[in-house]
Design a protein around this ligand. Structure first.
Ligand code: AFP
Length: 351
């Protein structure tokens, strides 16, 4: 017999005493909202909600009409939850419910309501990414600094993908489960229990239009993949790029692979394109829970102490063997100068 998301959550609620009932109701509300977002995406061409809204978000990026519609749906869909202290969104400059008096045992929700929103106009996959943190008990009202917790503090993360089918993929910190929306019954049904990422892969995802801006370790890694069977890797690689992180990560959760959005030399202070709190941390949590790995090239993404709500970060995640290789290339690139100098000194004294 198939397991619905509702019964999956109900079972967790009775067997897992780490969280109150309202926490599981929050996950249920997020799933219901994702169902509403799927319908909004589905109808966008008919409803006239494709294209640009003609305004920019806090990061100076053009907002699509659906970015605004889906952000409102997420805010409204989670509004009536007693344990939700405050909400932060990639589409909002400030947190919602600022200054609210907090109660003990509350949570914080962060989300990107429509990841890859430009894809909507070309009928390609998009998604919603979310992350839940505990809100520290304190006498102060909830503020932005409450959200600045490392990825390791997440208690739940997930995404919905609106593609050929709508799916919800979820972790509560003990594995990853995938549910497919049954459009007839309106229920999410467990179709992909215990998702795991194979350790090795021959598939990578990166926007190669940025090649000239990458740092040396990333160029080395991609050059070696492209050299295929005749190169040092001695095997041919395949490449995919959907331009929606949700879709690229979903493919990796299903069949392995590695996804890179590295730091590049265009804006030295930006440290990458993807948002740490709304994209990198929740996806890293899911990938690690599925047996994969996630790094900036220099450190584990989930260990980073955030300093700003909309902070950006470099991300390399997916199959363990490839992410380990990438971090090794970054380590090697960080230390050659003294070694070279010593080797030259050694040669010089021998002569
Ligand atoms: P939007 O949500 O603003 O469309 O950005 C999507 C995204 O952050 C991420 O989902 C993609 O992996 C990445 O941008 C694609 O970026 P490029 O357009 O630079 O390839």
């Amino acid at each position: 017999m198939s397991t619905s998301l509702s019964s999956f959550i109900a079972t967790r609620c009775t067997t897992d005493d780490r969280h109150p009932v309202a926490f599981y109701q929050l996950i249920h509300s997020i799933a219901q909202t994702c169902r509403a977002i799927a319908a909004a995406v589905d109808r966008s061409a008919l409803a006239g909600t494709t294209g640009s809204a003609g305004v920019a978000n806090v990061q100076g990026e053009e907002q699509k009409k659906l970015d605004i519609v889906t952000n409102t749906l997420m805010l409204e869909g989670t509004a009536n939850n007693d344990v939700l202290a405050a909400v932060a969104s990639e589409e909002m400059a400030r947190i919602s419910r600022t200054g609210q008096a907090r109660k003990a045992g509350q949570y914080l929700l962060l989300f990107d309501p429509l990841d890859g929103s430009s894809n909507v106009d070309v009928n390609a996959p998009v998604g919603t990414i979310f992350s839940i943190l505990r809100c520290a008990d304190s006498t102060y009202p909830v503020s932005e600094s409450d959200f600045l917790q490392p990825g390791t503090a997440q208690v739940c993360a997930g995404y919905a993908i609106y593609g050929a089918a709508t799916m919800l993929v979820l972790t509560l910190g003990d594995g990853v489960d995938g549910f497919t929306l049954d459009r007839d019954s309106g229920e999410f049904v467990l179709t992909h229990p215990r998702m795991t990422i194979p350790a090795s892969t021959r598939e990578f995802a990166i926007n190669t239009a940025n090649t000239r801006f990458w740092e040396a370790p990333v160029n080395r890694y991609i050059d070696e993949c492209l050299a295929g069977a005749n190169g040092p890797r001695k095997q041919d690689f395949n490449m995919r790029w959907v331009a929606a992180m949700v879709a690229d990560v979903h493919r990796i959760l299903l069949r392995g692979g590695v996804f890179l959005y590295p730091q590049d030399t265009r804006e030295a202070s930006r440290f990458g394109k993807l948002r740490l709190l709304y994209e990198a941390n929740p996806m890293s949590f899911l990938v690690e829970q599925a047996g994969g790995m996630s790094s900036t090239g220099h450190e584990r993404v989930m260990d980073i102490q955030p300093h700003a709500l909309h902070q950006r970060i470099a991300v390399m995640l997916g199959s363990r063997d490839e992410v380990e290789r990438l971090t090794a290339y970054h380590q090697q690139a960080a230390q050659p100068v003294p070694d070279l100098v010593n080797a030259l000194r050694h040669l010089w004294t021998e002569y």
